[in-house]
Design a protein around this ligand. Structure first.
Ligand SMILES: *[C@@H]1O[C@H](CO)[C@@H](O)[C@H](O)[C@H]1NC(C)=O
Ligand SMILES: *[C@@H]1O[C@H](CO)[C@@H](O)[C@H](O)[C@H]1NC(C)=O
Ligand SMILES: *[C@@H]1O[C@H](CO)[C@@H](O)[C@H](O)[C@H]1NC(C)=O
Ligand SMILES: *[C@@H]1O[C@H](CO)[C@@H](O)[C@H](O)[C@H]1NC(C)=O
Length: 555
């Protein structure tokens, strides 16, 4: 018989053991939670009630900012914006809903995209002709390098680019943790062991870590403020920032691609997933469902949690790491090797597996317990317990710019597409990415995508080197304002694989990006951009607009 004293000792011992079992850095590990009574998975019939509520309130603020900006450009816009009621919903004249997309392309895309945001941001000290337009955005999407930019903005409560550049990026990109000799060097020891412990904590909690865990964590040290490289930042937690709570910021969306089981390269019709503060999922026919972001990590059967719910799986670093997962494409096991001479991906592998052993191909994906398992209306994935995700811009029909989410949101009127992809040999865009999105949209009948000409046309008419508007004259399609990376003041066509930028290069890239957003200071750009944005939402546009449409509208 067990004495009472022993029993108490055992219980105490058990309690201690349990407490010891929770790793000190469990801020990263997924956690068990009680499931809410409300449904956690739904069919993709429209945006969620939560997003709809956010967007309605955000659009009011964005409209006010748009009016202010338009007036600063030309007083002639007054009569246009007078037609817009303060609280509009449904059909009829209203201020346009404007979205910005930032493409992939590693740090090149992040920095060039940041320059465009800086050009648009009315809070920056140095003004451009388009300062104030950032405040008029309702949505902002990022893919891969673009998702690094968007995460750095949204998780840090929307500081200015100038402040991120000075206080975080310049140093982080110069002593880059992605340079293996820096990663394994003595001063970085604590970061190295913290990330190691993060990965272990995830495994100990019963989840499969992959190389995307260290990839995302190490990137996050340069993107997110807060202890241990922003380890407390989650996708669903973005709703807790004061900018979000006061509807001061565009609604952020990060994209990634699904890969079919047994393959590594996404097919031309691969499922496009979107991650946002409220939901994760896809509009595409094979999935056509969304799950509540906070509970991503939970195992579901036909929309119901199988056991308890899981939270904290939606680590922002894991999401941005997944969006930029270019490693699975190699489709081979990776030797774990934590030496300065080994490759970066081999070093990531060493966080997941013992040096000397291999990580499997599966361990090169961003893995997500499949919220749509057993769901009849999600035929592509209903049989899968886990979703295997990769960079949104890779595969057979790669689309390096996150335009897709807005082709399903029919109230988005204008999509400002900032293109920083490396299509040409010298790492500039040639239209390939947006052409691929156009082809994919035609294939599934998405009418919001305007007609996009061929890559040959982009190149011969130099549409890949200057801002161009598409869909100006289409009532069915959204208007796309295409703004490609171009070397106005700096060689901004840096390779995607460049993982270290000296301070002067970070400065040069962002300053050039400002020129990209401001069309190199071209005289008629502010007016013409304003005309393009308001074309379908205003009757009496200023006189100058006709010439703008002549110059900037491709169709
Ligand atoms: C892509 O198309 C093929 C052929 O029609 C189909 O078998 C496959 O299920 C599709 N994949 C997705 C993800 O929809
Ligand atoms: C790690 O990589 C280095 C450099 O390529 C190589 O010399 C070493 O043998 C590798 N170690 C293991 C355990 O494979
Ligand atoms: C931009 O690139 C072109 C073509 O390589 C080159 O001729 C030009 O000098 C570059 N401009 C700047 C500012 O680097
Ligand atoms: C940036 O600074 C480094 C180190 O001082 C120098 O070697 C390099 O040439 C500079 N690059 C540019 C683009 O100015």
């Amino acid at each position: 018989m067990v004495s009472l004293r022993n029993l108490i000792a055992c219980l105490a011992g058990a309690a201690v053991a349990a407490a010891l079992h929770i790793p000190a850095d469990s801020a990263y590990a997924p956690k068990h939670a009680t499931c809410p009574a409300t449904p956690l998975v739904r069919g993709a019939t429209g945006i969620s009630a939560a997003e709809s509520d956010y967007i309605t309130r955000r659009h009011r603020k964005a409209s006010a900012a748009l009016k202010t900006w338009l007036r600063s450009v030309d007083e002639g816009f007054d009569s246009v914006s007078k037609e817009w009621p303060a609280h509009s919903s449904g059909k009829g004249a209203k201020a346009p809903v404007v979205a910005l997309t930032s493409s992939g392309g590693g740090y090149r895309a992040m920095l060039s995209g940041a320059g465009v945001v800086k050009a648009f941001d009315g809070r920056e000290k140095v003004k451009t002709g388009v300062s104030g337009l950032y405040q008029a955005l309702t949505y902002e999407a990022g893919l891969s390098g673009g998702s690094w930019l968007l995460s750095s903005l949204s998780a840090n409560d929307y500081p200015t680019i100038s402040s991120l550049q000075k206080s975080l990026w310049e140093e982080a990109l110069e002593s880059s943790l992605l340079v293996t000799s820096i990663l394994v060097s003595t001063p970085k020891d604590t970061i190295y062991s913290t990330v190691e412990a993060n990965v272990k904590a995830k495994r100990d909690a019963g989840f499969e870590p992959t190389i995307i865990d260290p990839w995302g964590r190490l990137l996050a040290y340069g993107l997110l403020y807060g202890v241990d490289g922003g380890v407390r930042a989650t996708l669903s937690g973005l709703t807790k920032t004061s900018s979000f709570k006061s509807y001061m910021a565009p609604y952020p969306i990060i994209t990634a691609l699904g890969v079919e089981t047994g393959s590594c390269i996404p097919e031309v019709n691969a499922t496009q997933y979107e991650f946002h503060p409220y939901e994760f999922g896809s509009w595409d026919a094979g999935v056509a469902a969304f799950a509540v972001s906070k509970y991503v990590g939970t195992s579901f059967s036909n929309g119901r949690p199988i056991k308890s719910c899981i939270t904290n799986y939606d680590q922002l670093s894991y999401v941005l790491g997944t969006s930029s997962n270019v490693f699975a494409a190699a489709c081979t096991p990776v030797p774990a090797n934590n030496s300065a001479d080994a490759s970066l991906v081999q070093n990531f592998a060493a966080f997941v597996s013992k040096p000397g052993s291999d990580v499997s191909v599966r361990e090169t994906f961003g893995l997500f317990p499949n919220p749509f398992q057993g769901r009849h209306d999600s035929p592509e994935v209903s049989g899968l317990s886990t979703l295997e995700l990769v960079d949104g811009g890779v595969g057979v029909g790669y689309q390096g710019n996150p335009i897709w989410p807005f082709l399903y949101r029919s109230d988005v009127d204008v999509i400002i597409v900032n293109e920083n992809s490396a299509d040409t040999r010298d790492n500039y865009p040639d239209g390939t990415q947006i052409v691929n999105t156009y082809k994919a949209a035609v294939a599934v009948g998405l009418k919001r995508m305007p007609t996009i000409p061929s890559v040959e046309t982009f190149v011969t008419k130099k549409l890949n080197q200057k801002p161009t508007f598409f869909g100006c004259h289409s009532t069915e399609a959204a208007t796309i304002i295409f703004i490609p990376n171009f070397n106005y003041t700096f060689t901004s066509g840096q390779p995607t694989s460049k993982i270290q930028y000296h301070r002067n290069e970070t400065v040069g890239m962002i300053s050039n990006g400002v020129e990209v957003g401001n069309y190199g200071g071209k005289d008629n750009w502010p007016l013409c951009l304003a005309c393009g944005i308001t074309k379908k939402n205003g009757k009496k546009l200023p006189d100058g607009c006709a010439a703008c449409f002549e110059e900037y509208c491709f169709n």
